[in-house]
Design a protein around this ligand. Structure first.
Ligand code: BTN
Length: 266
């Protein structure tokens, strides 16, 4: 397939000119590719940038900020998130749930959409460790940080394209399995999110729950969960409830809404 054809197909899939910024990326620090995507070479955090942009003017649903490097990337539970230039995709997307949308499912759903995209890209089974880490072969390839704002949810997505210096053994990257193509991976992730979000809004919460359950690699596993309070729970993850909470059966039954979860050997 020649490059012109490939570009055309991508643009049809994406409905935005994802590759156009390649031509100018070195000339401008910030580039609005179209009304729904801003590309930055470097930023403190795409979640922060999206929040700042939302205060200057209203943004459309699924508005996205993407960066090749973050200087102060943030992870869940106040951790930092390293995004060295050229090794990762840092993406934040604004989702504006309607009143019928079960808000507790939003972060899990984002992980599921990314898992679908990464399965296609790598040819491997990508799954979601509750609540929303994306794993391949048990190793983390993507993390999601969701933040609730007045206008909606900012879903921050960090994808490892190449292994970063000093990355732990528990991490993996797109480049371990396939070509680490920034544009291709970004395109696929945005396409999955757009299609999934539109299906959720038209088909209802059962659609989202079905997707979340089908991509979960936690349900059925023996797990250890540490709550924000420090309380520790060990048991079997039995299901993801309709509000997104994880049901763990151990010495008691626990319904967990926020925790750090480890998979233990079954
Ligand atoms: C985690 O696994 O702890 C979540 C990591 C989330 C990282 C992404 S990268 C894009 C967005 N901007 C940030 O500062 N964090 C998220």
């Amino acid at each position: 397939m020649d490059s012109t054809k490939r570009l055309t197909i991508r643009l049809e899939n994406l409905q935005f000119s994802a590759l156009r910024y390649r031509l100018v990326v070195n000339l401008e620090k910030s580039l609005a590719v179209d009304a729904s995507l801003v590309f930055l070479e470097s930023v403190d955090s795409t979640n922060h940038e999206l929040a700042r942009l939302m205060t200057t003017s209203a943004k459309p649903d699924l508005f996205a900020v993407v960066a090749a490097e973050q200087t102060a990337g943030r992870g869940r539970l106040e951790r930092s998130w390293v995004s060295e230039p050229g090794t990762s995709i840092s993406l934040s997307v604004l989702l504006e749930p309607t009143k019928n949308v079960e808000q507790g499912l939003v972060p899990l759903f984002v992980g599921s959409c990314v898992a679908r995209a990464l399965s296609t890209i790598t040819g491997k089974d990508a799954g979601v460790k509750w609540p929303n880490d994306v794993l391949i072969d048990g190793k983390k390839i993507c993390g999601v940080l969701s933040e609730l704002k007045d206008q909606g949810v900012i879903a921050g997505i960090g994808i490892n394209l190449e292994r970063q210096q000093g990355a732990p053994d528990t991490a993996c990257a797109v480049g371990d399995f396939a070509s680490a193509d920034f544009d291709g991976a970004l395109s696929m992730v945005l396409a999955e999110l757009r299609a999934g979000w539109s299906d959720w809004l038209s088909e209802g919460n059962d659609f989202a729950l079905g997707l979340i359950r089908s991509t979960s690699v936690t349900v059925g596993m023996k797990v250890r969960a540490i709550m924000p309070s420090g309380e520790e729970v060990v048991g079997t993850a039995v299901s993801i409830e309709s509000d997104g909470r994880l049901l763990i059966e151990g010495s008691e039954t626990y319904l967990v809404s926020a925790a750090d979860v480890w998979h233990l050997r079954n």
